[in-house]
Design a protein around this ligand. Structure first.
Ligand SMILES: [Zn+2]
Length: 171
């Protein structure tokens, strides 16, 4: 039986670069990723394949960049004056900086290029433009509770959640 919408899926995964085989990300041992299906909590190309799987099944899933973190957006580069980054020692190309956007969201950007006084920042997701190879195993599938659906996140079993729908807490 395939997996339906509004279910809590527990998933062990290893994410590799399909070209080099390098491990980019991995669910910690004994601590699978938990997410609610149909709510956009994981990348769409991966979710689509997982929905076809059964509990207990393992699979290798290649997700093309467009269905993962998207292609590199050529407009998501911004050039600023080096003096705006004077608080950062040893500024180098390839460096990852974190900060806040004007709305106060935490963002990370990469230093794409340094030319004289001009620093070009790459605002794309670090995995934009990359195909991703996932090895996944479905460890558990159960229906999400009404409370989980209202909160939009997974709760640990048997534990009451004291949060409100907007708290952004992780259970
Ligand atoms: Zn909650």
């Amino acid at each position: 039986m395939a997996i339906e919408k509004n279910q809590v899926v527990e998933l062990e995964y290893t994410l590799r670069d399909p070209q080099t085989g390098e491990i980019l990300d991995q669910s910690p041992e004994g601590n699978p990723l938990k997410f609610i299906t149909g709510t956009g909590q994981i990348i769409p190309g991966l979710e689509k394949e997982i929905m076809q799987m059964n509990c207990g099944e393992s699979k290798e899933i290649l997700v093309k960049a467009a269905d993962a973190y998207g292609e590199v957006n050529p407009n998501a580069f911004q050039t600023i004056n080096k003096s705006e980054l004077s608080n950062i020692p040893d500024l180098k190309e390839g460096m990852v900086l974190s900060g806040q956007d004007p709305q106060g969201h935490l963002i990370t950007v990469r230093v794409h290029k340094i030319e004289g006084e001009n620093v070009t920042l790459d605002l794309n997701h670090p995995m934009a433009g990359k195909d991703l190879l996932f090895e996944v195993k479905i460890c558990d599938v159960r229906p999400a509770t009404d409370e989980e659906l209202a909160h939009g996140h997974v709760h640990d079993s048997e534990q009451d959640c004291n949060c409100n729908p907007d708290c952004g807490c992780k259970h």
